[in-house]
Each structure stands twice: as structure tokens, then as C-alpha cells.
Design a protein. Structure first.
Length: 269
């Protein structure tokens, strides 16, 4: 019996850029990582090669962003910032419209995987980067969608109660943190570039009157948290899944309806 799993990659923060400096997996990615995946790797040696250790300090920034965002929402309204910011936006940018944010949110993740495919060494190989990003993407979507259902905050333009947090901003900051973790150690400019794109994505959501400022603050917090959680979980996933299947799994590239991805086939016994 053969189990086949198909994976494909989904191709304003006002002021956050001042405080934050810290699609696809192609056949080449499989070739680059298959040699590593085909050899048993001891847990100790894996940890030595991937010295990412979770600390509560890494939760400080997302916790701060989420806390400030909650205090700024209309339901709590301690800071009274949402209406003030939106009033300024409507006064100075009354006709602002663009769909650039739909694409910007994916740029840091695409750039990270692209750098790896081009041979620029990050913290992990391309295939492992793909798995980590898949974890971050899944965690991010789960957290964001459930928060929207729980909070039911109305958007600035009305008639929609899915404003908090901003999904675009959340995805952008998850991707920016992914780039920061993989390439920030090589040069701080990778981190600056990723977070600048994410900040621009959040800014566009506010300028287009699609979100309150608290929505993008919360989105940034959820996005950063999602990727941090993905990196915390990855060593366990690596041991239980990748190493457990490495002797039996067959990985092949897939192209379908314009999407690139992987087919993983595992015999069940």
C-alpha cells in the first residue's frame, strides 16, 4: 500500500520598523537535501548543527505587540489610538488604493527559499527550510483565523467583522522572521529587508482603510510568534517524521496547474 502526500507552497506597522532590526520547493531542493536526508543523523549532531534554542526572551516582542494591540482596540480602547490613526489616514490619504500588499506579504519567504536555491547557505538546507516554512504558515493561519473568530472586530469600512488581527500583516511578519532566522546571521541587511517589506505590508493595510492600527500590531505579533513556534517545533518534527521516514519515503518534484511542489510517497506496513 502506498500513501502519497502532495505539498505545494502558497506563492503598518506604524513605527515597528524603528524597533525591529534584529513558492516553492523545486527539484533542485530535493537534490540538495536528499544526500543529507538519506543518512541517519544523531540527535546530538543535529542539535549541534542547528543550535536554535527556545527562550522566553524570544516571546517578549510578540507579547508586547499583542498587548499594545489589545489595549488599542475599540472594545478595550485604553490607548485610543485606532480612531486617531484612522482619522489621520482618511484626511491625508482619502483615495489610497493598491493591491501591492497581496504580493508583498510573500516576498520575504520567496526570497529566503530563492537564496537557498541559488546556493546561498542559510541555517538549514532548502528542503528543511520548506518544512519549517510550512509549519510557520500552518501555525500562522490557525492562530490568525481563530483570533478573528474570537474577537469579531469590525473593519474600518464596516460590514465585516474579521479585522483583528490583520492576516496580510501576520503572513508578512511570519515570512520576515523566517528570513531573519535563516539569513540574519549572515548579514543584518537580510533581517532589515525582510522586516521593512513586512512593515510596508502592514502600512498599506492601514492606508487602504482595510485595518485599524491595532490589527496590524496584532498581526505582526502573531506572525513573529508563529515562526518562532515553528522553529521550536522543527527539531521534534525532524526526528519523528523526516528521520523516521528517510529510509522508506520517496520524494519527487510535482508541477500541476502552474504550482510547483513535492510528492512524498510512503509505503504503509
Amino acid at each position: 500500500m502506498l500513501l502519497s502526500v502532495s505539498l505545494s507552497w502558497p506563492a503598518l506597522l506604524l513605527g515597528l520598523g524603528l524597533c525591529t532590526t534584529p513558492t516553492v520547493v523545486l527539484a533542485q531542493a530535493v537534490a540538495a537535501d536528499s544526500a543529507t536526508a538519506s543518512r541517519p543523523v544523531a540527535a546530538a549532531s543535529y542539535q549541534a548543527a542547528n543550535p536554535y534554542q527556545p527562550t522566553l526572551r524570544q516571546l517578549a516582542l510578540p507579547a508586547l505587540l499583542l498587548g499594545v494591540a489589545a489595549l488599542g482596540t475599540e472594545k478595550v480602547d485604553v490607548l485610543e489610538t485606532d480612531e486617531a490613526v484612522q482619522g489621520e489616514v482618511l484626511e491625508h490619504f482619502p483615495r489610497f488604493q493598491t493591491s501591492l500588499d497581496d504580493y508583498l506579504r510573500h516576498v520575504p519567504a520567496a526570497a529566503t527559499l530563492g537564496l537557498s536555491l541559488a546556493g546561498v547557505k542559510g541555517r538549514h538546507g532548502t528542503l528543511n527550510q520548506g518544512v519549517i516554512f510550512f509549519l510557520a504558515y500552518t501555525i500562522n493561519n490557525t492562530l490568525t483565523s481563530n483570533l478573528k473568530k474570537l474577537t469579531r472586530v469590525e473593519r474600518p469600512y464596516g460590514n465585516d467583522f474579521s479585522s483583528f488581527p490583520s492576516q496580510h500583516t501576520s503572513a508578512a511578519f511570519a515570512a520576515a522572521t523566517f528570513m531573519h532566522r535563516e539569513y540574519g546571521g549572515r548579514s543584518v541587511w537580510y533581517s532589515v529587508g525582510g522586516y521593512a517589506v513586512a512593515t510596508a505590508t502592514g502600512a498599506i493595510r492601514v492606508l487602504g482603510n482595510k485595518h485599524w492600527s491595532s490589527d496590524v500590531l496584532a498581526g505582526a505579533g502573531v506572525g513573529i510568534l508563529s515562526t518562532e513556534l515553528a522553529y521550536w517545533a522543527y527539531p521534534l518534527v525532524h526526528r519523528l517524521l523526516l528521520r523516521g521516514l528517510q529510509e522508506r519515503a520517496m520524494v519527487a518534484p510535482l508541477y500541476a496547474n502552474g504550482a510547483l511542489g513535492l510528492v512524498v510517497s510512503v509505503p504503509l506496513r
